[in-house]
Design a protein around this ligand. Structure first.
Ligand SMILES: *[C@@H]1O[C@H](CO)[C@@H](O)[C@H](O)[C@H]1NC(C)=O
Ligand SMILES: *[C@@H]1O[C@H](CO)[C@@H](O)[C@H](O)[C@H]1NC(C)=O
Length: 252
């Protein structure tokens, strides 16, 4: 499976396969845990084997019942996930020409994981936040996140949190003039069409509103784009990294 991931990435085909498969790996670990087992050695490459195109985990070590407290059990499960992600982090770094930095979305994902690890989150929360990261989502899931964050931007209970994040985090500095003439002129025609349909300022709030509307137009009016993958690719090209930065600032 991981070989597929890299082949797909390198050939720039089927990015979707790439992302879902990584998510499946994390889900698979959750299934081991739900059976009352833990692995205990996922930091070591000797516990993985490739069979065909699939990466299999071998040498599952033990039973969570060996531990006396819930806290120990939770820590053990969490350690499995961090070990798996640590292994993948090293692996991506070594296999991608130029390292992870050459694949911005991948870099964002591992930065997120490393930040989440420092926050002492419960196992369930940690696993969910990691598995729901935009890097692991398909096009529709990624674009739907803009809808969710724009909803939070307007909802009374979350408005303040979103406003503070968007205005105070330096992560958004790069997006403050997202609507420059050169960007707008370079956009694919369906993106420009949605842009010209309303008045948008160069503020980050309006960028979020625009992306929400892009998703809305696709679903409500059948956009000229053809598929959500094409919409997602356009967004990833012209407004690269914005979704990942939103996720980082609004999810933890
Ligand atoms: C954009 O704003 C201008 C000035 O406020 C207004 O005249 C125009 O009708 C607006 N356009 C749209 C598409 O809302
Ligand atoms: C970008 O937004 C600013 C307002 O913040 C507006 O004056 C400008 O015309 C917009 N640029 C384009 C290319 O639409």
């Amino acid at each position: 499976m991981l070989i597929m991931i890299i082949l797909n990435y390198l050939s720039k085909l089927g990015m979707i396969v790439v992302l879902t498969n990584l998510g499946e790996l994390i889900d698979g670990l959750g299934r081991i845990h739900s059976k009352g087992l833990y692995h205990g050695g996922l930091g070591s490459e000797s516990n993985y084997v490739f069979i065909g195109e699939c990466l299999k985990v071998i040498n599952i070590k033990g039973d969570l019942d060996e531990f006396n407290t819930d806290e120990d059990r939770e820590n053990k499960k969490k350690e499995d996930i961090t070990d798996l992600l640590g292994m993948l982090d090293n692996w991506f770094e070594s296999i991608l020409a130029g390292g992870k930095r050459s694949w911005l979305e991948c870099q964002h994902f591992f930065d997120f994981v490393n930040r989440a690890k420092t926050l002492n989150l419960d196992y369930d929360v940690f696993a969910k936040k990691v598995a729901c990261h935009p890097f692991l989502l398909e096009a529709d899931g990624r674009m739907s996140l803009f809808v969710e964050y724009d909803r939070r931007r307007n909802a009374p209970t979350t408005r303040q949190q979103v406003a503070v994040a968007l205005t105070s985090s330096s992560d958004f500095a790069n997006f403050k003039s997202w609507n420059s003439t050169s960007t707008v002129n370079n956009m694919d025609s369906y993106m420009r069409g949605v842009y010209n349909h309303r008045n948008y300022s160069g503020d980050v709030e309006d960028l979020l509103r625009y992306l929400r509307n892009l998703h809305h137009h696709y679903h409500e009016h059948g956009l000229a784009a053809g598929s959500m993958e094409i919409v997602d690719r356009g967004v990833t090209t012209y407004i690269r990294g914005f979704l990942e930065v939103l996720y980082k600032n609004l999810e933890i």
